[in-house]
Write a protein that binds this ligand. Structure first.
Ligand code: NAP
Length: 243
């Protein structure tokens, strides 16, 4: 069944893989970005080349006006939205909590948790029966990321609670909600930890012995978003190579 999907942070990494995986399934795609217009435009072009409608829209996930405009544009372009993937997120320089300043903690929570709540609120207001919301959480929500980013882990723990609660809240309306907890995935995000070799350095702790790809995460996201997952709600799927 054709779906109309909106993904936040679709210019790179996992969001890009979700956008292109959706297009490959014949789904229309609206993707947001915050800074890299060229990368976002290239993803939309690639999706269109697959034969679907696609839009790249600048929208800071922490700004209410941007978020409303993002949903308005997607709805106007496609005549509605069926799936929202809440993906935009950041990490920051690895350090123990004792060394973090308030500005860093507030930015982490604002983008990863407040931004997710805001995007999800709009989805809750606008999705029709049969719609689905999928959150990008993290294995950090389970392991806590000690010594690196417990603020990030806490933001993703919040996303997990949101997934569970919103799943119950929207179930009577026939809207499903699910989450995916990726483990160590090869994307640009790790560079902002301050360790350019973070993925290689951490691979030893993954039972499967390798990092995952953005496409492997996108497959799980798109299955949860699809009609094939019709009895799955409030669930959170680990895509973490056993970690
Ligand atoms: P990434 O490669 O760094 O891409 C981040 C995306 O989010 C980009 O499209 C970026 O847009 C966008 N973005 C950042 N801040 C934004 C904001 N305020 N408003 C709107 N968009 C914003 O990240 P990723 O690795 O694909 O991660 C995607 C999600 O998966 C995140 O929620 C992350 O926490 C989660 N995750 C990732 C991993 C991993 O190992 N990679 C593991 C667990 C969970 P621009 O290009 O315009 O900057």
């Amino acid at each position: 069944m054709t779906r109309r999907l909106l993904v936040t942070g679709g210019s790179r990494g996992i969001g890009r893989a979700v956008a292109l995986g959706a297009a490959a399934r014949g789904w229309d795609v609206a993707l947001s970005y915050v800074s890299d217009a060229a990368a976002a435009g290239a993803v939309a072009d690639q999706a269109r080349a697959a034969g679907v409608r696609a839009q790249a829209i600048r929208a800071d996930a922490t700004e209410e006006a941007d978020t409303l405009a993002l949903f308005d544009a997607a709805e106007a372009g496609f005549g509605g939205i069926d799936v929202v993937v809440v993906n935009a997120g950041i990490i920051a320089t690895a350090m123990p909590l004792a060394e973090m300043d308030l500005a860093r903690i507030e930015r982490m929570i604002r983008i990863n948790l407040t931004g997710a709540l805001l995007t999800a609120r709009e989805a809750a207001r606008r999705l029709p029966e049969g719609g689905a919301i999928v959150f990008l959480s993290s294995a950090a929500a389970r392991n806590g990321s000690p010594g690196e980013f417990v603020d990030y882990a806490a933001s993703k723990g919040g996303v997990d609670s949101l997934t569970i609660g919103l799943g119950k809240e929207l179930a009577p309306r026939g809207i499903r909600v699910a989450g995916v907890r990726p483990g160590l995935i090869e994307t640009d995000i790790h560079a902002s930890s301050g360790d350019p070799a973070r993925v290689a350095n951490r691979m030893g702790g993954v039972p499967m012995g390798r990092a995952g790809t953005a496409e492997e995460v996108a497959e799980a996201v798109l299955w949860l978003a699809s009609a094939q997952a019709s009895y799955v709600t409030g669930a959170i799927l680990d895509v973490a190579g056993g970690r």
